[in-house]
Design a protein around this ligand. Structure first.
Ligand code: NDP
Length: 489
């Protein structure tokens, strides 16, 4: 807190229908009392209820929608008549387009397999739809609508001209040969190419979609469309239009955001410990940057279990296992004798039982629930930074805020990936490429500004230090203005 700043003794934070009375301290937020209240604004409450009823079989989408809408109440209060007249919120929660399609492909045994593909083009009011493709057996319309909805706000926060979208398939690349992955990607693109383009919709990677998959997808797009349209996909290889520092961007960006947030609360990064769930693209580069900041990362995980290394995880070993060998995190203990492996047993993931100062969930959604949050708080966590999308359930976020744990929401903290994708699009348009240092510096500036936007909006709307509300409010105001300017479409 800066000197001379107005220091109210108490604030009321509104999160997910809950109003929490808090006392502001120089470091973190300390809860004083807590009362559960419904959203008061009748228009907002009605939109939330109608959206829940209309999408009753889409729990992940409902969760994401409620989180955003319940935190923007002060803005809706100010503009209620205008928003209601233009059905702005009703239009915001309805995707502009949802495309679902059949993806047939032939496996190595000659057997035809059929998966389902999707692209959710949620909101294009501030730029071409932009958001990753996820290949994972859990993928369904609800998950892609939650991710697409989050993406609208995340992309708005970057300050770059990109709308929100998301896509993917229930295809599981795990255990598939390169040829099978290639045939799947080609079949997926046979349909997807009808709906994307560098000025229309620009997909990228996400869970299960890395450099290999983007390469096959780009190749098929080029073959069918007979055009070298580099800006149609991001996360490309450096040889054919990719950007330096894109691979590192989400993880590094998360740590730039954490650095700003902790600096604001006068907390040193150097000397802290961290646990990072996941060991994919986001987790690896968050770990690398954390180590550079003097943080000791003591544990990482995958969907089977976690490794704990009291001396600090060796990132190069994790990179080799995951990026080169496409192996499992448990292989780490073969190379580092002091390390231990703990298998998941279906209850609280073992990684969250390990004591650490900084918690970085970088795997998947709803990874940290209330039970897990209680363990983390009891173990003395001081800050949580969401590298993944929606890895923390609403009651867990509430619990962190109530207990003075600083909380960096994914739509702000992991926006570095999409921001650098947008920088990749800029470079593709210029047909000129920036150096690694130039891209990384731009990423750092973007993340620093995102934190500043979250902080300023939270302060302006009376929810100081609540970066969940700050991020939602800052992004929503921009999107609402753009939607209003473009009329009823
Ligand atoms: P990767 O596919 O590279 O890695 C995903 C990691 O999460 C793997 O370690 C995986 O383990 C683990 N994981 C996946 N599903 C589960 C599960 N159900 N339970 C436990 N662990 C799981 O994906 P990314 O690193 O790219 O993405 C991770 C998260 O970050 C996602 O939420 C994604 O939406 C988000 N994100 C990614 C961005 C990017 O630029 N890549 C940008 C912004 C957000 P296993 O190998 O065992 O499946």
């Amino acid at each position: 807190m800066q000197t001379g700043e107005h220091k109210p003794p108490f604030l009321f934070l509104c999160y997910n229908h809950a109003q929490i009375k808090v006392q502001i301290k120089p470091e973190g937020i300390q809860k004083v009392s807590n009362a559960v209240l419904e959203v008061k604004n009748p228009y907002l409450a009605e939109v939330i209820e109608k959206t829940k009823a209309k999408n009753a079989n889409e729990p992940e989408f409902i969760q994401a929608m409620e989180e955003v809408l319940s935190t923007i109440e002060p803005v809706v209060d100010k503009h209620k008549d205008e928003y209601q007249k233009n059905a702005l919120l009703e239009r915001l929660v309805e995707p502009e387009r949802v495309i679902s399609f059949r993806v047939p492909w032939i496996d190595d045994k000659g057997q035809v397999q059929v998966n389902r593909g999707y692209r959710v083009q949620f909101n294009g009011s501030i730029g071409p739809y932009k958001g990753g493709l996820r290949f994972h057996p859990s993928v369904n319309q609800s998950i892609l609508k939650f991710l697409g909805f989050e993406q609208i706000f995340k992309n708005a926060l970057t300050g770059l001209p990109i709308g929100g979208g998301k896509g993917g398939s229930d295809f599981d690349p795990k255990g598939k040969s390169d040829n099978e992955v290639m045939r799947f990607c080609q079949s997926f693109m046979n349909e997807l190419q009808k709906h994307i383009g560098q000025d229309v919709d620009v997909p990228a990677g996400d869970i299960g979609v890395g450099a290999r998959e983007i390469g096959y997808l780009f190749g098929q797009y080029r073959k069918i469309r007979n055009v070298y349209e580099a800006g149609v996909l991001t996360g490309k290889g450096l040889e054919y239009g990719g950007s330096l520092a894109r691979k590192e961007a989400t993880g590094y960006g998360l740590m730039y955001f954490m650095r700003e947030m902790l600096k604001e609360h006068k907390i040193e990064l150097n000397g802290k410990t961290a646990i990072i769930s996941g060991s994919g693209n986001v987790a690896i580069y968050a770990a690398e940057k954390a180590a550079e900041y003097g943080i000791k990362v003591v544990a990482m995980s995958d969907s089977s279990g976690c490794v704990y290394d009291k001396d600090g995880i060796n990132i190069e070993t994790v990179k080799f296992i995951k990026e080169i060998e496409r192996g499992r995190i448990k292989e780490y203990v073969e190379q580092h004798k002091g390390a231990e492996y703990f298998e998941n047993d279906g209850s609280v993931p073992p990684i969250y039982k390990i004591k650490a100062d900084i918690i970085l969930p970088c795997a998947t959604q709803n990874d940290i629930n209330l039970e897990t949050a209680k363990i983390l708080v009891a173990n003395g966590a001081i800050a949580v930074g969401e590298g993944a999308n929606m890895p923390t359930t609403p009651d867990a976020i509430n619990y962190f805020l109530e207990n003075g744990v600083l909380f960096a929401p994914g739509k702000a903290a992991n926006a570095g990936g999409v921001a650098t994708s947008a920088l990749e699009m800029v470079q593709n348009s210029m047909r000129f490429y920036w150096s690694y240092e130039e891209v990384n510096q731009k990423l750092d500036i973007i993340m620093t500004k995102i934190f500043a936007r979250c902080k300023a909006s939270a302060y302006e709307y009376g929810v100081k230090d609540n970066y969940v509300a700050g991020a939602n409010i800052a992004a929503f105001r921009k999107i609402a203005r753009a939607m209003k300017a473009q009329g009823i479409i």
